[in-house]
Design a protein around this ligand. Structure first.
Ligand SMILES: [Zn+2]
Length: 119
């Protein structure tokens, strides 16, 4: 099984259904996000108004990623003290601002990184 959007290999417990397509968690979160990725104006505004837009929770997340370089979602949740739901929302927002991205670890796990931090 693989994600029908980014073609990442998926285990049965990692697959999400959205609009009839099988997606990985990342693509599913993108699909659910209120800001559409394909809207260039939203992306432009997101990347231009970073200083004004960041909420205290988002500042905290980015601070933790600067400090630790890469964090698994559950570690980020523990360190930030946010609920899973809050964290999910903030991560989706930060991804659209192109401040944060998800990356795969060699053992198939997932970590979150600063957007500009290459593997
Ligand atoms: Zn995907």
């Amino acid at each position: 099984m693989q994600c029908q959007k980014c073609h990442a290999p998926l285990g049965a417990d990692e697959a999400f259904e959205f609009a009839g397509r099988t997606l990985c968690e990342d693509c599913y979160m993108d699909a659910l996000s209120p800001t559409r990725v394909c809207d260039p104006w939203a992306v432009y505004l997101g990347s231009r108004q970073v200083e004004q837009i960041l909420s205290p929770a988002q500042e905290k997340i980015m601070g933790l990623l600067r400090q630790h370089k890469a964090l698994a979602p559950e570690d980020l949740r523990r360190l930030s003290g946010l609920t899973a739901k809050e964290l999910e929302r903030e991560i989706a927002a930060l991804r659209h601002m192109e401040l944060l991205r998800a990356a795969q670890t060699p053992d198939g796990g997932k970590v979150l990184k600063q957007f500009g931090d290459r593997d």
